[in-house]
Design a protein around this ligand. Sequence first.
Ligand code: SF4
Length: 300
Amino acid sequence: MDIKKEILRLKEERNAIIVAHLYQDGEIQDIADMVGDSFELSRYCAATDKDVIVFCGVHFMAESAKILSPQKTVLLPALDAGCPMANMANAEDLKKLKAKYPEAAVVCYVNTTAAVKAECDICCTSSIAVKVVRSLPNKQILFLPDRNLGQYIAKQVPEKEFIFWPGFCPTHNALTTMHVEEARTAYPNAVLAIHPEAPPEVVDMADFVGSTKQIIDFCTQSDKQEFIIGTEEGILHQLKLKNPEKKFYMLKYRFICPNMKKTTMELLYESLRDMKHEITLDEETIRKASLSLERMLKVK
Ligand code: SF4
């Protein structure tokens, strides 16, 4: 069986689209209708007129697609592809914290469960986090779950007071200043681009800080020829496709999110064949969580 052909055939039969996060394996990215970061994929899924969205990413991303398109069927090929950072925040603890800071606007990174989004005022992705926070009238910002991204935003918006949730991405949080020192020594002519989920002391050493999409745009538009990349290595696929003449080095050996790598061509095929694993959410959660996601999508 030619699995690629079968996936494309089933996609037509199901009137489906396949979307893939930039951290997915190259062959998954190649077969997807849309490859992007969380923000681009949220927008794309919200606008599609197809009946089925097959989300090659992690659980919270497929949930976001369902929240924005509740009438559509959203499938997650690898059911156990979770996000440890998203799982570090829960709605019950958030309710308690909200009661402690009633004046604060609650801003949640999209890397949260639907139940947590339902308790937030507005969502953000790393690409528009600063804009989202600046758009709010509140002086106090309760930011969750990524303390590293929160601290990065706080530096750009010093006029606000931040309360940080103690969450982090295990993949990005493993970066150290030693990785930067070693990479700078090994590749003295390279420009260092880092994702803001990295620890603040590492982010401070970067030449450029941005989301996956912003890192790709930066490297593509730059007239420099060599780059050290401080985010999950799935991003190399698009970087190399767009910039075949440039050189890219990873900041850390085996810079991998194990959950993002759970999607395989076999699971994608089975997902379309058997319509699994469908994301379901109750109406009230969808209603409340959609407010915070839709507010984010309106931020220019
Ligand atoms: S890279 Fe980090 S934040 Fe992204 S899905 Fe993996 S664990 Fe979650």
